[in-house]
Design a binder for this molecule. Structure first.
Ligand code: SAM
Ligand code: DTB
Ligand code: SF4
Length: 318
């Protein structure tokens, strides 16, 4: 089947509301047409610049608006980043994602990040960074340094966006994504569910992604990590089946994209994670820490993969 970019809200709503088994069956069928059924790609995250961010994203431990207890740190040096990248590679990761708590990078910082990208790539890892808003010129510099992916999430539906973030708008996000795409960098773009949004917002978020001219190559679906001291700390937990449904609809509507089961795994049972894989998720973050919050211990993930007969995508064994 052709890759479609003309999905309608009604079609996505119909998919989302299918009987659970029908939805999973459809997601599995699509998944198996485009990917090896039992392979999952492994990415590792590193926060290269932590905390003190001037944006007010309601979910984020790193926003200066929140009292999350996180200590703000300055940009890591290249050697320290490389040491972490080597560890990630030795542990089995194929992609190394570096995150910075910036609204947008300053020119001097961007130069340092370009050096990190070039050196991490030289280790034979795919590179990804998430640095906030970018201009076309900055995206061009990252591309020249050898950057493979840029992560920039739309986070939620256009309608719910202003309930979560007020210091930038939805269009700012789309503009950066456009700059990244034009520079020839692969796009990693998804969002967060469980932020108190309605089902229609989850559908609106997926519709925005699935109707992009080119689908993001990676689609991270994060389950909100409720961090103490943030605006969303007390949000009621999302029913896990809604999370799985979100993954399944992403898989069906963006058949060739890597759908990443991202933040939130630490708080999921193995059964829930297995359902996410069944729904078409084929990438995870691996390693004890996401950016600032815990992720399952590596040995637990190795056990889970063994129990499910999943092997890591690419040449590295776990
Ligand atoms: N400052 C940059 C930005 O916002 O684009 C990059 C780093 S930011 C932490 C990357 C993404 O992580 C956010 O867009 C959001 O989707 C996700 N994220 C942050 N905090 C989260 C949380 N508590 N739970 C789930 N996802 C989260
Ligand atoms: C994404 O979509 N999820 C990652 C990555 N892109 C940068 C970040 C998750 C962060 C979870 C909260 C934390 O650890 O601070
Ligand atoms: Fe800053 Fe990114 Fe956190 Fe928003 S999500 S507060 S931009 S680090």
């Amino acid at each position: 089947m052709d890759i479609r970019h003309d999905w309608t809200r009604a079609e996505l709503a119909r998919l989302y509301a299918l009987p659970f088994s029908d939805l999973i069956f459809e997601a599995q069928s699509v998944h198996r047409q485009h990917f090896p059924a039992n392979e999952v790609q492994i990415s590792t995250l590193l926060s290269i610049k932590t905390g003190g961010c001037p944006e007010d994203c309601g979910y984020c431990s790193q926003s200066a608006y929140h009292k999350s207890g996180l200590k703000a740190e300055k940009l890591m040096d290249v050697c320290a980043v490389l040491a972490e990248a080597k560890k990630a590679k030795a542990a089995g990761a194929t992609r190394f994602c570096m995150g910075a708590a910036w609204r947008a990078p300053k020119e001097r910082d961007l130069e340092a990040v370009c050096e990190m990208v070039a050196e991490v790539k030289a280790l034979g890892l795919e590179t990804c960074v998430t640095l906030g808003m970018l201009t076309g010129g900055q995206a061009g510099k990252l591309k020249q340094a050898g950057l493979d992916y840029y992560n920039h999430n739309i986070d939620t539906s256009p309608e719910y966006y202003q309930e979560i973030i007020t210091t930038r708008n939805f269009q700012d996000r789309l503009d950066t994504l456009c700059a990244v795409r034009e520079a020839g960098i692969n796009v990693c773009c998804g969002g967060i569910v469980g932020m108190g949004e309605e089902e229609s917002d989850r559908i609106g978020m997926l519709l925005t992604l699935a109707t992009m001219d080119v689908h993001p190559e990676s689609v991270p679906i994060n389950l909100l990590v409720r961090v103490g001291g943030t605006k969303l700390a007390q949000t009621a937990p999302l029913d896990i089946f809604d999370f799985v449904r979100t993954i399944a609809v992403a898989r069906i509507t963006m058949p060739k994209s890597m759908v990443r089961l991202s933040a939130g795994r630490e708080y999921m049972h193995e059964e829930a994670q297995a359902l996410c894989f069944l729904a078409g998720a084929n990438s995870i973050f691996y390693g004890e820490k996401l950016l600032t919050t815990p992720n399952p211990e590596a040995h637990k993930d190795r056990q889970l993969f063994a129990k499910l007969g999943i092997t890591p995508m690419g040449s590295n064994p776990l």
